[in-house]
Design a protein around this ligand. Structure first.
Ligand code: HEC
Length: 186
């Protein structure tokens, strides 16, 4: 357990600068001291994160087009064009999760990303809209949240500014998902 905590702490401060070598047979010789053990820990964490993102539908809300059956894989996890309308709160578009400095999570630490996933709070303290299912992700283990965050940092950065968040009276762009009573259908 102590080893695991060390690995995670090391990964968080590593910023992927450490070299990664190809051979797996050398892994047993790798140590934290030479940087290789740390690099392998980062690889394993990212692999776990990739797996988790492949079975949790992050892409539904974070890749444009997914919610209407036309995912744009050139913008995989780079922010949705479909906003959720939440009465009284406004329109919320799934954010760009790629590590682009300006429009994505490039400047967020792995811990900040993990906290947004499980606690629904961004690094400025803003509470994320309830359609980001952090209430559910709150049950995720800290290790899994860190694994997802580590994986997101390995994605190619995509420059894609998503709309919003917008207030309820502002004009949305792209597509909008809204839940209405049947009596109120157009
Ligand atoms: C049902 C839709 C939905 C799903 C599924 C979903 N998200 Fe989100 N997520 C959102 C929305 C919408 C926002 C923007 C909320 C806001 O701005 O208040 C968001 C925001 C975020 C943020 C904050 C980013 C920022 O720039 O503010 C992170 C990180 C995030 N999501 C990660 C994930 C991950 C990882 C998964 C899968 C494990 C996931 N989300 C699944 C809808 C979703």
């Amino acid at each position: 357990m102590r080893k695991l905590i060390f690995a995670i702490t090391a990964v968080a401060t590593l910023d992927f600068a450490a070299p990664v070598h190809a051979g797996t047979s050398d892994c047993n010789k790798c140590t934290a001291a030479d940087g290789m053990g740390v690099a392998h820990a980062a690889d394993r964490l990212a692999e776990r994160g990739r797996y988790l993102v492949s079975i949790i539908p992050c892409t539904d809300c974070h890749t444009p087009g997914t919610l209407y059956g036309k995912p744009d894989m050139t913008k995989y996890l780079a922010g949705s064009d479909t906003g959720f309308f939440i009465p009284n709160l406004g329109f919320f578009y799934g954010a760009n999760l790629t590590p682009d400095d300006e429009t994505g999570l490039g400047k967020w630490t792995v811990e900040q990303i993990a906290q947004a996933i499980t606690d629904g709070v961004d690094p400025t303290g803003r509470k994320l809209a309830p359609n980001m299912p952090s209430e559910v992700f709150h049950h995720m283990t800290k290790d899994d949240a860190l694994a997802i965050a580590t994986y997101l940092k390995t994605l190619p950065p995509v420059h894609n500014k998503t709309t919003g968040p917008l207030g309820p009276t502002q004009k949305p762009t792209g597509y909008v998902l809204q839940v209405r009573p049947v009596s109120n259908l157009p």
